[in-house]
Each structure stands twice: as C-alpha cells, then as structure tokens.
Design a protein around this ligand. Structure first.
Ligand code: 2P0
Length: 347
C-alpha cells in the first residue's frame, strides 16, 4: 500500500497600514514600493490548510472551502515549482528521504472567515499553502525565505508568514531574491492593538487588485511620487512609531497612506473608486471619535474595496468600537448588512 504524507498549518490575514500598490515585475509580483502590515490574530481570521502527497495521486489538486480550484495558473504553479525544487535538493543530499518532490500534491484549504468580510483571502491562502507544503517537505526554510515563494502566489501573501508587525521590503534584484518579508516586531511587543472590521458591502470588488494596480502604474501621474517619495518616508516613520508604541503617529501614518493610495486610484485614468458613501461615513465617524478624544485614538484603512478596518488600543474599546456599534445600530445605509457585520479582532 502506498503511503500518504500529510502536513497541516494555518496562516493569518494581514491588513496593510502602508499599502502595496504597483508591480515592477507582474510575473514575479515584484512591487514598486515596500509595504507594512499588522497581522490579525491567528485565532480569529485565518486559513487552515492541509497539504498531502502520494504516489497514487494522478494530478495536483486544490480544494478551497469545499470547491475545486484550478491549479494550472502561473501563481500556484510557481509556488509548487519552487517548493518542489527545494525538496528535490534535500532528497539529493539524503538518499534515505522519500521522493516526495515527484509526487502530485493535494491541498485542502478552509477560511474561518466569511468571504463577505471582504478580506484579502489570497494573502492568508497562499501563505498557508506555502507553509503547509514546506512542512510536508520538511524544509528548513525560514519564514523570510518562504516569503519569497508566497509572494509569487500573491504579493500580500508574503506578509502573512509572520504574526505581528511585518514589512515587505521591495528589494532591487531583477530575480526577486531580495523582495522579502521580515518581522518589524512580534505581536507581543504591542499586544493591545485591536481592529474592528466594518463591512460596507459584501459584493465582489469591481476592479481586481492585480488589474487595478497595473492601470494605476500605467496612467496615474501621482503614483510615482507616492511610490518613490511618500511611501519610503512613511515606512521609516511607521517602523519607528511601532517601536515606540506611539499610537497617534501610527494612526496618522495609517490614515494618510490609505488616503494617498485611494487618491492614486482616483488619479488612475479612467479612475478607480473603491470607497463608497458608507466608507466615507466611516471616515467621518473616526474623525469625530478622534476630535472628541482630542488625539488620534482610532485609525481607518481601506484596501481595494469599501470595507473599513479601524485600528485602536484595547483601553479605547468603548470610545472606538462602542461608538461604531452604536452608529451601526442607528444609521440607515448599512441596511440589511447591519447584523453581524462588525467584528472586533485582536491585532
Ligand atoms: C496591500 N492590497 O498592501 C494592498 C492594499 C490591496 C490594497 O496587496 O496581484 O492581492 O496578488 O500581488 O496581493 C492586494 O493585492 O495582489 C493588496 P497580487 P494582492 O495589502
């Protein structure tokens, strides 16, 4: 009887506070600027993945939330190829190891968060896929080394190989060997960060990130200033704010970078609009919360969609999450999506 080899792992969702937007190499997912994210708690929002291989499998397969997915795409294939190549090196150095690198792979993934939450599921998905296969192959690669592979699945996935505060340094090498994720600080460094996710719409976004960022690179006149001047300055300041646990500085940088990213989307020709009236209402609520507090105790950020993630500190739970819950309970416009759409997660 043929043996089945198997390994399981989880990877968390990450939300960027300095955003990735633009590729200098679309096939390797090499970005035009560095980015920095906060990884939402493992226990709350994550992808669970089991990877197995066996001589009896006839083809590679991937099941996501029970539905078969195409594995022939270049992104999934790049991850499989890189991981098989590392396994093959191990097998060459130790003849007693089973020859897993030539066997077909079966990947089974489940997200523990609803697709309707509008979260970047590809980030947690590819990070979990890469780590599960790396564990199956018993590779000794570090999370940073694995980030080079996960990046080829989806750019933002490289940041989901770590918990806590993570930077993706854009690098300069043409082969992407230095475009890697590293830990800025573990979550234990600043453990009282919280996030509330406000679902303004659960509809699938009109313009995908991959296509939207290419349109921005090609047509926006503001884009280059963002990528070359503003983001490098913000990366330095954000790392410093996190090291000093300075929430007011973290908040201003987060909100300015989200606003600047959406400004380059609006400056894309024709323009791309990800925010809607509900998103803008959420921005006003955060502004009012901060004005009432006399300092920044809440920070909004929006990805390529209308849903807000609002960061705050645990000690300001009532003043931030409490206000949002009250607001959602009263305001029209959040409509039928009101129920169960506010989620508080630990950072
Ligand atoms: C980010 N986003 O830094 C930014 C902010 C969306 C807005 O990374 O083409 O799905 O797979 O590399 O990673 C979404 O882009 O794009 C993204 P691909 P990805 O989180």
């Amino acid at each position: 009887m043929s043996e089945i080899y198997r390994a399981s792992t989880t990877a968390p969702v990450n939300i960027a506070v300095i955003k990735y937007w633009g590729k200098r190499d679309p096939s390797l997912n090499l970005p035009t600027n560095s980015s920095l994210s906060v990884t939402l708690s493992q226990s709350d929002l994550r992808t669970h993945t089991t990877a197995s291989c066996s001589p009896t499998y006839n083809s590679d397969s991937l099941l996501l939330n029970g539905s078969p997915q195409d594995t022939s795409g270049s992104r999934t294939q790049a991850c499989f190829r890189e991981l098989r190549s590392l396994r093959s090196e191990l097998e060459k150095s130790d003849a007693s190891l089973p020859k897993l690198s030539t066997q077909k792979l079966k990947i089974v993934s489940e997200n523990n968060f609803p697709t309707a939450a509008g979260l970047a599921s590809s980030a947690a998905g590819f990070a979990a896929l890469v780590r599960a296969i790396a564990d199956l192959y018993q590779l000794t690669a570090t999370p940073t080394e694995l980030s080079r592979i996960a990046r080829q699945g989806s750019g933002s996935a490289c940041r989901s190989l770590f918990g806590g505060y993570v930077s993706w340094e854009m690098g300069s090498a043409a082969d992407g060997s230095d475009s890697l994720a590293t830990e800025v600080a573990p979550s234990s460094h600043w453990p009282n960060i919280r996030a509330i996710i406000l679902v303004a719409s659960s509809a699938k976004k009109g313009v995908s990130s991959t296509s939207g960022m290419q349109q921005t690179v090609a047509t926006s006149e503001l884009f280059s200033h963002r990528a070359k001047v503003l983001v490098p300055e913000r990366m330095t300041k954000m790392k410093d704010a996190i090291k000093r646990k300075d929430f007011a500085a973290f908040a201003e940088l987060t909100m300015r970078d989200s606003n600047g990213f959406h400004a380059t989307c609006a400056d894309t020709y024709p323009p791309i609009f990800y925010l809607n009236d509900t998103s803008r209402a959420a921005i006003r609520v955060v502004e009012n919360i901060n004005a009432a507090a006399g300092r920044s105790i809440a920070a909004y950020t929006f990805d390529a969609g209308p849903n807000a993630v609002v960061y705050y500190l645990a000690e300001d739970e009532g003043a931030v999450a409490g206000v949002f819950k009250g607001f959602l309970g009263e305001k029209e416009g959040w409509g039928s999506e009101r129920g169960g759409k506010v989620k508080v997660v630990e950072g």
